[in-house]
Structures are given as C-alpha cells and as structure tokens.
Design a protein around this ligand. Structure first.
Ligand code: PLP
Length: 365
C-alpha cells in the first residue's frame, strides 16, 4: 500500500552531495576499513558529544560485541526487555546469555528499575536497557540498581539517537551504548552500528573483536589471535555515507522532536487515548510516536483507511519460540502491548500531515 503519510522513511543526503563522495570512495581502490571509518567515528563523537565510539557493520554486531565486553559468557543471565526489536535479544543469545525478562512501565514500554532489581540473581552478568520508540528509560534509577550489584548496563539506543537524559545526550550514561544505522533509523549508513564505550580499553578491545580478534591495525603476519573475534567492522563505503549524513542529522532529529511535541500537546484529552509519559529529566527523540489506545485494531484500521500508516511495529519478543525458555508473567508488558500503536512522527511529516493525523484521531475510531 502507498501511504499518504508513511510510518518510516529513509533519509539520504542530496544526490549532488552524496554521489560525488560515494563515487570517490568506490573507485579509490580502498573500500575496506581505513581512514574514512576513523573519520566517521570521530565526527559522530563530535556531533553527539560522546567518546570512545567504534563502528560496526550493524547495530546487532555492536550489541553482540558490547555483551562480550561486558563479560557475558555461556549460561550467564542478562536482564532484558521483550518490548523491543528482535536484534536486542538475538544478540544476547549470540553471546551465549540466558535472557531474564524484567517488566516494563505500562506508561511507556520501558523497563523499570524495580523490576530489574527484582530479577537480579548471582548469575546476572549485565543489564540490557532499550529506550523504546525514542523515549529514554529511567537511566538514573536503573544505574543505581546496577551500581549496587556491580553490573554493567548496555543501552540499546537504536531508537534514541539525539535524545537526552539529565541534560546529557544518550550515549553518556552507561558502560556501553549502541546506535543503529539501519535503513529506517533516525540516521542510516545503509546498514551499520556504533558503540560508545565508557572506557577507552573497552573500545580498544572492541576494535579487535570486530575484526577476527586481530584488529585492523595489527601486523597480520606477526599476530596471535588470543580471543576469537568476528567480521563485524564497518567499511569505507558506509562510513563515507555516514560522514555526509551527519551534516543533516541535527535538522532531521529536530523535526522528529518538533512533531513529537506537537502530538504531546494536541493528543491530550482524547477519549480512549492516552499519550505516553516519562521521567521529567528525559528528552525523547521520537523515532515514532506511541499512543496508548482502546480498541487497538480499530484505531489502526481507521488511520490506515485515511492513508496514514499506523502499526504496532514489534512483536513482544517473549512470544518467539527461541526465547520460550525465559517465559514469565509480565503484567506491564501485557498492558502496554494491548494498547500501543505507533504513528508517523519523522522528518517527512509536514505541518499539514500532523494536523490531518490529529484531526483523524479526534473524529474517533
Ligand atoms: C534496529 C535495531 C537494532 C539494531 O539493528 P541493526 O539492523 O542490526 O542495526 C537493535 N535494537 C533495536 C531496538 C532496533 O530497533
């Protein structure tokens, strides 16, 4: 179906800017991992005021590497959320971890510190936190729980590029924070990911892991692989795309935020609909906009009938057979999942589009 207002849209820098740079790198004779990758990492750090950022060929690869760096080994428990895209939890399985579900806040779909705390055992190795849909999770209270147990926190920030918490950009608060550059995220490099590490040593280890356990800078004829790594590095081609995309990211994110705030103001007080709420120190970057509604299927059908794409987007991950051994009661997830619907909020949503969406919702479903 061709929507008047799609739920996702890929942003790519204008042709006259992107294509010459892409042509240069493609025919440079050097397309694997080299200086353009380092330049992209550096520019990303500057743009979001982050440190120790290392790039990957996907967000999933970055998450897997973060789990290894966090010390997760076969059979170790990792606390996670089912309210996410599958890569979050597939990565935990790849690292050999046993997923232990914590429950979410039914007001926004993010893990609560209380539920994380209740699920920690002496086999817990790490806490995986997702900022669902662009709304930052309560990082402060989660980090207090983590600190009390000496556990590292991995933030899956695939939906939250450009969001803030406690006045600082997401990426600042935890041992490991992952961003995704998959096609429909705030920013794309076609595919790719970034891991921001708190410690420089972790970033250095991560560089080894992402290239077979060797690292690109080692003398390949005189090196000993001591720990097995993967082929997870980013190449010069997506890095070149990313470097150019970064010139546009601020205005892209600002438009997501402006549209999100418009909905915050204009979807209040509608019967049968509740908007999400969150920590007052959280500043979302609104990847999509989540509303909590009665008669979810009717709500979606009504918007789709008007050419507005609306969807639940994700299946709660605890329903997948591969995660069945982690099954447990999750009343917060039940409530959120039965009410959530995501509506378009991105840079492509014009003033007229968002007015039309609010008007359509106001007419009822
Ligand atoms: C997109 C996404 C990822 C990473 O996916 P890649 O496609 O591997 O970059 C991880 N977690 C969530 C929640 C995502 O939406």
């Amino acid at each position: 179906m061709c929507y008047k207002v799609p739920l996702f849209k890929t942003f790519l820098a204008p042709k006259n800017v992107l294509m010459p740079a892409l042509e240069d790198v493609l025919y440079s004779g050097y397309i694997s991992e080299g200086p353009p990758v380092e330049a992209f990492e550096k520019k990303f750090e500057e743009c979001f005021n982050l440190k120790n950022c290392i790039s990957f060929n996907s967000g999933t690869a970055a998450l897997h590497t973060a789990l290894i760096l966090a010390g997760v080994e076969q059979g170790d428990e990792v606390i996670s959320t089912p309210m996410t895209a599958e890569p979050t939890n597939v990565a935990i399985k790849h690292a050999g971890g046993k997923i232990v579900w914590a429950d979410v806040d039914p007001r926004n779909g993010n893990l609560t510190a209380e539920s994380i705390s209740a699920n920690i055992t002496n086999r817990t190795k790490a806490i995986m936190v997702v900022h669902y849909g662009g709304i930052p999770a309560p990082i402060k209270s989660i980090r207090e729980v983590a600190k009390a147990h000496g556990l590292p926190v991995i933030e899956d920030a695939a939906h939250t590029l450009g969001a803030k918490y406690d006045g600082k950009p997401i990426g600042h608060h935890s041992e490991f924070v992952m961003f995704s550059f998959q096609a429909i995220k705030h920013m794309t490099t076609i595919d790719g990911g970034m891991l921001s590490c708190q410690k420089k040593e972790d970033a250095q280890k991560g560089k080894k892991i992402r290239w077979f356990g060797i690292g690109r800078k080692a003398d390949r004829t005189n090196v000993d692989i001591q720990e097995l790594g993967y082929k997870y590095h980013m190449t010069n081609v997506p890095a070149t795309i990313g470097t150019i995309q970064l010139d546009y990211i601020e205005s892209i994110i600002n438009r997501h935020i402006a549209n999100g705030k418009y909905y915050d103001d204009n979807l209040k007080n509608i019967e049968g609909l509740e908007i999400c709420s969150w920590d007052n120190v959280a500043e979302p970057s609104y990847w999509f906009y989540t509303v909590l509604v009665e008669r979810q299927a009717d709500f979606i059908r009504n918007l789709e009938g008007k050419g507005i794409s609306a969807s639940t987007v994700h299946k709660r991950n605890d329903l997948h057979s591969v995660f069945a051994d982690s099954c447990c009661p999750l009343p917060g997830v039940d409530t959120f999942y039965s009410r959530m619907v995501h509506i378009p909020c991105g840079w492509w949503v014009t003033d007229e589009d968002r007015e039309f969406i609010v008007e359509t919702i106001n007419e009822g479903w």
